[in-house]
Ligand binder design. Structure first.
Ligand code: ZN
Length: 258
């Protein structure tokens, strides 16, 4: 009797694992539900806000929130029905590091050091925020998590523990490294969202150029975490090409209102 049940369990696991493996062989499958992603984002946020202090400077906080909301409008316009219904949040971390991160399900963090570098160039800041929103919309982290927790999900079948296991890996999300293709995809989405939102998408190119200068400066150390966003000549060229192909592209020097 026990043996039959045990065999049944193994048989079921085998079937599920084979089904999942065949799913995973199609590149980048997201096995997480909307609620899983939101839960992971919440856990990740708690971990980040434990590690860093939130910036309370009212101007910086208001600016990031204003840009975040406008980028979201651009995202919804661009994605239409594909736009995920996530509780997006936009916060500033009080640290001199030059970085920005996003978590599945909605949280976006911009670091104070990055805001100090972009100064009053809202297009540059919008490009950074839109890139992060692009990672969330494309479920990039969720797809990576899906592949890494494949075994966990199979093992926890029948124990109702998958949501907890999913949440327990949230803390390692901050260290997550995106593939080059995911970065290109987030750049492409960010360009479309900022353009739709009425920002100058060239802000992304200006941000890349700023990073290139910083990489050669004594402030290089503050960029350590941007290794999750590798900057290559090819990435900049791709961004320029995408921007040149945008419909109704106005020259950045065009007089507003004309
Ligand atoms: Zn990125």
């Amino acid at each position: 009797m026990t043996r039959t049940i045990w065999f049944g369990r193994i048989g079921l696991l085998f079937l599920v694992v084979s089904a999942m493996l065949s799913l995973m062989s199609c590149r980048g499958t997201n096995l997480l539900s909307k609620q899983d992603e939101i839960q992971i984002g919440k856990e990740g946020s708690a971990a980040i806000e434990k590690e860093y202090r939130l910036d309370t400077n009212p101007e910086r906080v208001a600016l990031v929130q204003e840009i975040g909301q406008r980028v979201l409008q651009g995202m919804r316009q661009t994605e239409g029905k594909r736009a995920p219904d996530f509780p997006f949040t936009f916060k500033v971390l009080d640290t001199k590091e030059i970085n920005a991160v996003s978590l599945p399900g909605g949280p976006v963090y911009v670091f104070r050091g990055l805001m100090e570098q972009v100064g009053d160039d809202k297009d540059m800041l919008a490009a950074v925020v839109a890139h992060e929103v692009g990672h969330i919309v494309a479920h990039h982290a969720a797809k990576q998590i899906s592949s890494s927790i494949l075994a966990d999900i199979a093992i926890s079948l029948g124990t109702k523990g998958s949501a907890q296991k999913v949440a327990s890996i949230a803390t390692s999300l901050v260290m997550l490294q995106y593939s080059r293709d995911d970065e290109y995809d987030a750049d492409r989405r960010g360009i479309l969202y900022t353009h739709a939102a009425g920002y100058d998408p060239e802000g992304l190119v200006r941000f890349f150029e700023k990073l290139q200068k910083l990489e050669k400066s004594p402030m290089k150390g503050l960029l350590a975490n941007l290794r999750t966003h590798p900057l290559t000549e090819n990435r900049i060229l791709r961004a320029k090409k995408l921007i040149a192909q945008l419909p109704n592209r106005q020259s950045p020097s065009a007089t507003p209102g004309q």
